[in-house]
Ligand binder design. Structure first.
Ligand code: PLP
Length: 415
């Protein structure tokens, strides 16, 4: 047992968890892999990989079209992902959960189907400076078409949203307010309940980007009190190309469909087509059936470990990694909010983030460098890029130690 294992103050059996993730055993550039790019996409447990494999081996068919046995099995499996997502988000009804390709599609659906039909010149959409481009650009596109504008609430140097300013910006011409639950760059956890309360007082619907929250904490859309909540499957142990939008029934009923095609209709006539009820009204075409089978297994995996244990372990890792990084000379952490998920962005004096990431990769360490699809946030901090370490519950203190050793080594090469 190494000294850091001996001092681990928890019974969380991370080695048992790691055994469920085959890819974590890989070597990269002949070094043991240290995968710290979880905010980009998570690794997948065997149960997810096997569920997808088993679906194609045993149950593959299209959904909702065939009356044969396989068609029924595929439809049941696909629809059970909706049930699981509804429970995972504590949605009041499974019919309020639209299965999408991920957060980008979910937010675009709200932009084109909810916002665009009602926006007019003089209206605005409120977002924040710390958003991923997926929670900025769709709003800019529909604003450009309608003559509306996009406003951004400011943050402070610690990387916390200035909530009073957000609330001040909730003026009557705001038709939709948006906020990320957790920042993909800073790890900041935003006070979504409080924001939702202020939005409700003013009758302004709130969309929450939950991409970086759902992999780390239980989400309860009813307790949060928002109107729309988007998640992306590949960041939460599931396959790429899966995700969901939860929306209040009243919005879904009023929203026109976004994509037209098969599966979303009641009856098609050239004299006029009628549409299926939500959620199917928003799910035209053949979906990523196997992907959702995998996402179901991912949600089951989270349930088997439990978010309480996940959160406790990840917070230990976050604090340990933050402490260790503070020991590195010339290193500046960007984002020091009081409440964070395990994401640490930083700069190293005299070294480019991309050069660091490239050299770290040669040491077997996978981190992300760049603007993280958050240009306005980079502009706020006056930097072109950061290096980002993003942790998951299958990471260890030993990996953090190995990462710091590698960082000190590459720092020597660059400076
Ligand atoms: N929102 C946030 C906060 C993200 O971190 C990401 C992905 O990095 C997205 C949205 C976009 O997710 P996807 O590409 O899966 O649609």
């Amino acid at each position: 047992m190494t000294s850091s294992q001996a001092s681990t103050p928890t019974v969380f059996d991370v080695q048992r968890i790691r055994a469920d993730f085959p890819l974590l055993a890989r070597r990269v550039h002949d070094k043991p892999l240290v995968y710290f790019d979880n905010a980009n996409t998570s690794q997948k447990p065997l149960s997810v990989i096997e569920a997808v494999d088993n679906h194609y081996r045993e149950h593959n068919a299209n959904v909702a079209r065939a009356v044969h046995q396989l068609g029924e099995e595929a439809t049941a499996a696909y629809e059970s992902a909706r049930d699981r997502l509804a429970r995972f988000l504590n949605a009041p009804s499974r019919n309020e959960v639209i299965l999408t390709t991920g957060t980008t599609q979910s937010i675009n659906l709200v932009a084109y189907s909810y916002a665009l039909p009602q926006l007019k010149p003089g209206d605005s959409i409120l977002t924040t400076v710390m958003e991923h481009h997926a929670n900025i650009v769709p709003w800019q596109l529909v604003a450009a078409r309608s003559g509306a504008t996009v406003k951004a609430a400011p943050i402070d140097q610690r990387g916390e949203l200035i909530v009073e300013k957000y609330v001040e910006l909730l003026t009557p011409e705001v038709k939709l307010a948006c906020v990320t639950h957790v920042s993909n760059v800073l790890g900041t956890v935003n006070p979504v309940r409080e924001i939702a309360r202020e939005c409700r007082k003013r009758g302004i619907p709130l969309l929450v980007d939950g991409s970086q929250a759902a992999p780390h904490r239980p989400v309860d859309v009813q307790a949060l009190g928002c109107d729309f909540y988007a998640v992306t499957g590949h960041k939460m142990l599931g396959p790429t190309g899966t995700g969901a939008l939860w929306a209040k029934r009243e919005h879904l009923e009023a929203m026109p469909p976004f994509f037209g095609g098969g599966e979303m209709i009641r009856e098609v006539r050239f004299s006029g087509t009628t549409f299926a009820a939500p959620p199917h009204k928003f799910e035209a075409g053949t979906p990523n059936i196997a992907g959702f089978v995998g996402l179901s297994a991912a949600i089951d995996y989270y349930a088997s470990v439990g978010f309480e244990a996940i959160h406790a372990w990840e917070q230990q890792l976050l604090h340990y990694a933050t402490e260790r990084l503070r020991e590195v000379p010339g290193l500046r952490i960007i984002g020091e909010a009081a409440e964070k998920e395990p994401v640490i962005s930083f700069l190293l004096e005299g070294a480019q983030a991309t050069d660091l990431a490239t050299l770290l990769d040669l040491q077997g360490v996978a981190v992300r460098s760049g603007h993280h699809c958050a240009h306005p946030l980079m502009q706020f901090y006056g930097v072109p890029a950061t290096l980002r370490v993003s942790l998951a519950f299958y990471n260890t203190r030993e990996e953090i130690d190995a990462f710091v050793v590698a960082l000190l080594k590459v720092r020597k090469l660059l400076l």
